[in-house]
Ligand binder design. Structure first.
Ligand SMILES: [Zn+2]
Length: 472
């Protein structure tokens, strides 16, 4: 379905777009919009001055309180899209942030942020689904340029600190990262944080933290943060207290018990059980002999790649738009097929991976034959902060009782159409069902990227009621 989620900058666009509207708005609204506009344009010192002015002039308004927060020595100043591939409601929205960047150094962060989407585009797995991502630059100013540790404390936006690993990996306060995301607006709770003076990186729970700038570290930490992948290297970095199971890390070498057993069972070449993972030489196993990004390589191994694709589809619906609006199962509304010269036309727009296409099937089923869909459950989902639902909550789709009446494999535009012609159906009530599926099978490859999809995340459905009236 098309998104009804407003863009982050919509209030801004409204204010900046038409001069005629500005007069009607209270001064504090206008000042806040101007400050955000300056920050979006990278004019941080000006943004800062406007926030200070607003905080002084309107301390008892919501805008004034926001401005006071943004006037602190370390603060969120504003955001700007870097790569906008589609509506945030149906994209993986990645927030890029910096820690330890003082006001005069923020141009450096802007440049760094601009270099991150190309890293995703160069990585084979992420490139295939690059159009599923949006990237946003969140401008954070820090009072100090430093990282806590070794007895020193600095005032920085995200409280960057040196962790007690052997090499002193960098970490930040997840609470602060969340606070900055909340100040920005609707978000997917996903961030990549660059700590100016930190080293190496850490990742988990949606947030990747990178010391300085390092392409390889960024993608590796993103694997931890976004898909919960484990480390496939054997080098000990710190005391981890036991091996925690991940889709790519096992505490057993039993090929039937490892989390990637379905890859072994399918006989996929190169996938087995290899000792040395999770920062230890013995007692932890990984799916390939080496070379995964989660070790220190360039490519994600098949189980890691599968987890990344499924995670993307936990956020992104393969069907992006649909016309006419679909009818939930319990819906009283229906379309009527009664004009002998006017077929009913349906259209869905699907997501477009880089090198393969999403396939679409259509069914026309008499009401009693239509399987119970998940729509009722869908409506009860708790939407995420970004306004979209976690698609994992939908659960698997029911089996269709028949083969589709129409099926399309490759439509370049991503727009799939179906026409229901008058005269083809007996009078009655029908369910027209459209299902779009990402087979994850790329041309020239033997094995799909996803072998196990218990929640049918790769499949999306829309359905409509159609009534064919009795002829008088
Ligand atoms: Zn891997």
């Amino acid at each position: 379905m098309t998104s009804s989620r407003p863009l982050f900058a919509c209030s801004l666009a409204l204010l900046v777009g038409g001069d005629g509207q500005q007069a009607d708005l209270p001064e504090q609204t206008h000042l806040l919009a101007r400050a955000e506009e300056r920050a979006a344009a990278g004019r941080y010192a000006e943004a800062r001055r406007l926030y200070e002015r607003l905080a002084r002039a309107h301390p008892d308004t919501a805008e004034g309180r926001t401005a006071a927060r943004r006037s602190k020595p370390s603060a969120y100043l504003g955001a700007a899209p870097i790569v906008a591939n589609g509506p945030p409601a149906n994209r993986v929205d990645v927030a890029l942030m910096g820690d330890g960047y003082q006001l005069g150094e923020m141009k450096g962060f802007d440049k760094l942020a601009a270099d991150i989407p190309p890293l995703f585009e160069r990585q084979a797995t992420l490139r295939e689904y690059f159009s599923y991502f949006n990237f946003h630059r969140l401008a954070l100013v820090s009072a100090d340029n430093g990282v806590d540790g070794f007895g020193r404390e600095y005032d920085t936006a995200l409280d960057g600190r040196t962790l007690s690993t052997y090499a002193g990996h960098v970490g930040v306060s997840a609470k602060r990262v969340r606070a900055m995301l909340d100040d920005w607006g609707e978000h997917d709770s996903l961030a990549i944080v660059f700590v100016k003076q930190g080293v190496l990186g850490t990742g988990g729970g949606g947030f990747a933290t990178i010391g300085g700038r390092n392409a390889k570290t960024t993608i590796h930490e993103w694997g931890h943060a976004f898909a919960g992948l484990g480390d496939e290297y054997a080098t000990k970095t710190h005391e981890r207290g036991g091996v925690s199971r991940r889709v790519n890390v096992s505490d057993t070498d039993d090929p039937d018990e490892v989390p990637w057993a379905h890859w072994i069972e399918a006989g996929v070449r190169g996938v087995g059980v290899y000792e040395g993972a999770a920062g230890q030489v013995r007692g932890a196993w990984k799916p390939t002999s080496g070379g995964c990004v989660m070790e220190s390589g360039e490519f994600f191994c098949p189980p890691c790649r599968e987890a990344l694709v499924l995670r993307i589809y936990s956020i992104v619906d393969p069907i992006e738009s649909c016309s006419p609006l679909p009818h939930p199962r319990g819906h009283a509304v229906h379309l009527v097929l009664d004009d002998p010269f006017e077929p009913l036309a349906f259209e869905v727009g699907v997501m477009q991976p880089e090198k393969h296409r999403i396939e679409v099937g259509w069914w026309v089923l008499p009401e009693r034959a239509a399987p119970l869909g998940p729509q009722e459950r869908l409506e009860r989902y708790r939407p995420s902060r970004a306004g979209h639902t976690d698609r994992r909550g939908r659960g698997p789709l029911p089996m269709m009782p028949t083969e589709p009446v129409a099926y399309s494999r490759g439509v370049r535009s991503g727009r799939h159409r179906f026409r229901l012609e008058p005269g083809e159906l007996e009078p009655g009530r029908y369910r027209v069902v459209c299902r779009a599926t990402d087979t994850t099978l790329l041309r020239g490859e033997r094995t799909p990227w996803v072998l196990a999809d218990p929640d049918d995340l790769l499949v999306s459905e829309r359905a409509w009621w159609v009534v064919v009236p009795q002829e008088d």
